[in-house]
Write a protein of this length. Structure first.
Lengths: 282, 252
């Protein structure tokens, strides 16, 4: 009897001290296998995602949108699929896109999206879209663009003066755009756009954030300060579904769900072992 | 020993790539990115020199990239070129740019201990202006707007009628949620505020209400944790997708 108890105790001790690398391997398998199988997941579209879709869909052809690409390679897997899906929608609706960034690594990422999407939709640089690149200054840049675009961005990403870009004729500041769409990974991002621009200039703002920032942004939807929001890879997947352009968002959702199930199993397993150990200790 | 195994694996992969013709000129950047990704992943096994090497490359490259970008995208077009232009045209308003230029130069005074105090002038200007912007933004965009957004009726108009209409149907569950939406917001807001009321000891009625506040906070922390897991897993999926599609080409 005493031997059996000791055996149980040692088994429980072993289970409670599983090498973390085994857990990493299980997570790795859960993420890799669905990607290899190419499994897709159809999901219901949530109200904040539908809100952004409807807001963009309601814009008239030829209207202008400021696309703030405020992210970096670290958040690319979550935010790039959003950017692709949003640009797909904007180009389909013949909306003119002005892209600017408050994050230094963002302009090449935004440019990669345009380089892939523009030829597919027959869009021309300087006529249908423009990439103004990065500008340091965070909130100060936002306020400055709202007053004078050319003072803040005298030239675009590649050094072309703004006055020689045809689509920017007649665009003097942010009040000339219909909507601001911000794809943001943190500070400065969508929250600062709301604080500095949405309330002060009554401009419609929507966009996407990393899942980490998602919960912080939902109050702005409830207050009507955000027209819509994509949160994390799931938000991207939902938008891809709406615009019928499957990308990394949809491809990654099965892997995402598998890992979540595994994490839940880990948590339940750890709790069971914890309580069993506690009971044995008594 | 481990470091030699890891170095061996990386060299073997490179040799395989060259031999199989995968390492063409076009995919050289992809190979570098893939190797650095694997080097960072190697930390999951244990800390090792290859991980450190990749980490140092990342920090060095980031610093270099930022300096070059700030110089060409901010300093030259926003300060240097307009300043030269205003010297050429003798424009007094343009010469105002000498003020931020001088403040920028003063920041470098930190490198010289005797005049390091001069950099405080620049810091004061920056902190003052950003604090002003942030306070106005937080007041207008957060505090007032959120207070206004939470002044809502305890029951959203039409929700009870909707519940009656949906009784027995498929939408009944969503109708219940709609009825609960406003009460949850109002009660959640009030009990959470009570939890942060520290002027009286949390005992009796106040203690009970503040405990409910803690539950609301815990639920919100749980949601945040769930979202954080989703975010981190997305990053892993992104890297794995890169390795398997861009590098190995086994998925499309």
């Amino acid at each position: 009897m005493a031997e059996r108890k000791t055996e149980e105790r040692s088994l429980l001790t072993k289970l409670s001290q599983i090498d973390r690398r085994i857990l990493f391997l299980l997570i790795f398998a859960c993420a890799t296998i669905p990607l290899l199988l190419g499994a897709g997941l159809r999901m219901s579209v949530t109200a904040p995602v539908q809100g952004l879709y409807d807001a963009i869909d309601g814009l008239e052809a030829g209207s202008y949108v400021w696309l703030a690409a405020d992210y970096d390679p670290g958040s690319k897997p979550e935010l790039s699929p959003m950017n692709y899906a949003i640009v797909e929608h904007l180009f389909r609706k013949d909306i003119k896109v002005i892209s600017g960034s408050l994050w230094a690594p963002a302009p090449p990422l935004a440019q990669a999206v345009f380089d892939e999407m523009a030829p597919r939709h027959g869009k021309q640089y300087g006529v249908d879209y423009v990439n103004l690149g990065f500008k340091e200054g965070r909130e100060a840049v936002m306020v400055s663009i709202a007053e004078d675009l050319r003072r803040t961005f005298p030239e675009d990403h590649s050094g072309t003066p703004l006055d020689s870009i045809p689509m920017l004729e007649g665009i003097s500041n942010l009040q000339d755009v219909e909507m601001i769409i911000c794809v943001s990974a943190g500070y400065p991002g969508i929250k600062e756009w709301i604080q500095q621009i949405a309330t002060r200039y009554d401009t419609a703002i929507g966009g996407g954030v990393t899942a980490v920032s998602g919960p912080e942004m939902y109050p702005y939807i409830q207050s009507g300060q955000l027209v819509g929001l994509l949160s994390g890879m799931k938000g991207a997947a939902e938008y891809e579904q709406l615009v019928e352009r499957p990308g990394l968002g949809i491809a990654g959702m099965v892997a995402q769900s598998s890992v979540h199930v595994m994490v839940v199993i880990f948590i339940i397993f750890a709790n069971i072992v914890y309580f069993l150990e506690k009971r044995r200790a008594r | 020993m481990t470091k030699y195994i890891l170095i061996g694996v990386v060299i073997a992969l490179m040799v395989f790539a060259v031999a199989s013709g995968r390492l063409s000129g076009a995919s050289f950047g992809t190979w570098i990115a893939a190797m650095l990704t694997l080097a960072i992943f190697s930390f999951l096994y244990k800390d090792n020199p290859i991980y450190k090497f990749a980490e140092h490359i990342f920090i060095g490259l980031s610093a270099g990239y930022f300096v070059a970008l700030e110089y060409w995208n901010v300093f030259v077009p926003n300060l240097w070129n307009p300043l030269l232009e205003s010297f050429r045209t003798v424009s007094p308003s343009g010469l105002m740019l000498l003020v931020p230029f001088a403040l920028g130069l003063l920041l470098f005074a930190r490198f010289f201990p005797k005049i390091a105090w001069l950099s405080r002038w620049s810091m004061a200007a920056m902190i003052g202006s950003y604090a002003g912007l942030a306070i106005i933004g937080a007041l207008q965009g957060d505090l007032l707007a959120q207070i206004r957004a939470n002044m809502i009726p305890f029951l959203s108009p039409g929700s009870l009628t909707g519940l009656k209409a949906a009784a027995g149907g498929n939408a009944f569950f969503f109708a219940i949620l709609e009825v609960l939406r406003n009460p949850l917001i109002v009660i959640g807001l009030l009990v959470t505020l009570v939890y942060f009321f520290f002027s009286r000891e949390h005992k009796g009625g106040l203690g009970a209400v503040s405990r409910v506040g803690v539950w609301f906070l815990m639920i919100s922390f749980g949601a945040s944790f769930g979202y954080t897991v989703m975010s981190r897993v997305s990053l892993l999926i992104g890297r794995l997708h890169f390795l398997m599609s861009d590098w190995l080409g086994i998925i499309h």
